[in-house]
Design a protein around this ligand. Structure first.
Ligand SMILES: CC(=O)SCCNC(=O)CCNC(=O)[C@H](O)C(C)(C)COP(=O)(O)OP(=O)(O)OC[C@H]1O[C@@H](n2cnc3c(N)ncnc32)[C@H](O)[C@@H]1OP(=O)(O)O
Length: 448
């Protein structure tokens, strides 16, 4: 769908000689179009990946097709592309989305617009291309009735300006397992059976296990098709050669059904004998501890590392030596961006009943307004109030702040202290935090 585009917040004097085009990732008669192939090559360039081989491209496109991915490129005209340089069919910037869902608690999976593959060719950066693609895409997602957008960011300084807020974090951990991993309640870490399996078995079971974990994990977001391959070392963006050093273990529950797995590989660390977790999914707490018990039994290994550990991790409290669990980093992970304030707020559960009037600011206009939130039996009715001065908001914040507060990743009290929310009626921050208290610490185990 070709479209001419003027950025919503235009830098008046800056020219914008690009045309944005959006199209689906889809083969036609089994063939990949030059347009799609050049788009994928531009993504590889943007993330400093290898040039796309035909095999890598076919592999990549097959996965993206399953996700129903839509891609956008910004294009120069033929006349604007210098002779000898990449021709005008190569986009100077890329952007993509797929739509899955987000677990917002109490078993509710809310539709979410997941943004990925954002790149701008270095020779065209800082001319408003990201802003143009983002403005256009968010407007279309809003118009399509999607209440929330999401992404995982390459840098923490880019997306706040577009209304995204950090909603979940992940921890990087190192667990010392030299001599074994002792549990305070050994029986709790010994439920069921853990056994080695071919990585291909995990690839085939991945989607089913993920769906079960996703359905019960507060803050979890849908996984794209490539994940089952990346999680097992059997392929990733631009990489078709399977890794030869990834191992897999399955957890079987008491009935013999698989309810979790871990994939892992030796780490490159030359100074110590370490294994890093590639992916770990457990449907139950028992499966989680049993898989760690298995990892703790790896001979010749001093340390297990994992860069996607939950910030609140039962493992830390299950092992006998708490100091053997080291959190070496905690980083922002899932960024959310509310597009439809009443729709998003009505979808989640609330910890207590009550009511509050909040003002939400949004430079793009999608989420802004004054809203009355009335919670009865944990469910909210959210109504837009007139902005003629007849209703006074008790608390004011930007859409980025509300998006961070949405899953309880931070409290309004903390954002007040950070100078990011404004309390117009004394006590309203406390009311907000009582309403929005999270049922548990949100954890998203998926990057995209
Ligand atoms: C969801 C994902 O895909 S995350 C991956 C993001 N992509 C990458 O990291 C790949 C490498 N980087 C790039 O390709 C580009 O530099 C991008 C995509 C980050 C930015 O693209 P640009 O077209 O240069 O951004 P654009 O000119 O539209 O800038 C928009 C605003 O963001 C700011 N901005 C852009 N990049 C950055 C950055 N890396 N850090 C801080 N601010 C930034 C600009 O200063 C501008 O601010 P303003 O509107 O207040 O003036």
């Amino acid at each position: 769908m070709p479209q001419s585009y003027e950025p919503a917040i235009s830098r008046a004097t800056r020219s914008f000689p690009y045309e944005l085009r959006t199209f689906p990732v889809r083969r036609v008669d089994g063939k990949i179009s030059p347009e799609l192939s050049k788009w994928a090559e531009a993504v590889a360039l943007g993330f400093h990946g290898d040039a796309m081989t035909e095999d890598a491209l076919a592999f990549y496109i097959a996965c993206e097709e399953v996700d129903g991915r839509m891609v956008t490129g910004a294009y120069l005209s033929d006349a604007q592309a210098p002779v000898g340089a990449w021709d005008a069919q190569y986009p100077v910037s890329t952007y993509a989305y797929h739509r899955k869902n987000l677990n917002v608690g109490a078993g509710t999976l809310m539709p979410v617009h997941q943004i990925t593959a954002v790149t701008v060719r270095p020779s065209h950066r800082r001319r408003g291309l990201l802003r143009a693609m983002m403005d256009s895409d968010l407007a279309q997602a809003k118009a399509a009735g999607i209440p929330m957008a999401a992404l995982t960011a390459s840098e923490a300084t880019i997306y706040g300006r577009f209304g995204f807020g950090v909603a979940t974090h992940t921890s990087t951990i190192e667990v010392t397992v030299k001599g074994g991993l002792d549990f305070l309640v050994p029986a709790a870490a010994s439920v069921g059976v853990v056994e080695i399996a071919p990585v291909g078995t995990v690839r085939d079971l991945h989607n089913e296990i993920f769906e079960r974990v996703h359905a019960t994990s507060y803050g979890s977001i849908g996984r794209h098709d490539m994940y089952r391959l990346a999680a097992t070392g059997l392929g990733n963006y631009g990489a078709v050669e399977p890794l030869k050093n990834v191992r897999a273990a399955l957890h079987y529950d008491a009935s013999g059904a698989v309810d979790g797995y871990v994939t892992y590989k030796p780490s490159d660390d030359k100074n110590r004998s370490a294994v890093e977790i590639v992916d770990l999914l457990a449907v139950t707490d028992a499966a989680y501890l049993a898989l760690w018990n298995y990892l703790g039994s790896l001979d010749l290994i001093d340390v297990i590392t994992w860069d996607m550990a939950p910030v609140v991790d039962p493992l830390e409290w299950a092992i006998a030596a708490k100091r053997h669990y080291k959190r070496t980093a905690t980083e922002d992970h899932l960024w959310l961006r509310i597009l439809d304030t009443p729709g998003s707020l009505a979808a989640r559960e609330y910890a207590s009943d009550g009511s509050l009037v909040i003002h939400v600011g949004d430079p793009l206009g999608h989420a802004s307004g004054i809203f009355r939130i009335e919670v009865v039996h944990g469910k909210a009715t959210v109504t837009r109030c007139p902005e003629d001065g007849s209703v006074e908001a008790e608390l004011s914040m930007g859409v980025s702040e509300l998006s961070s507060l949405y899953l309880g990743g931070v409290t309004a009290r903390v954002l007040l202290a950070a100078g990011r929310v404004r309390e117009m009626r004394s006590g309203s921050v406390a009311v907000f935090d009582a309403l929005f208290a999270a049922p548990e610490s949100a954890h998203c185990m998926t990057s995209f």
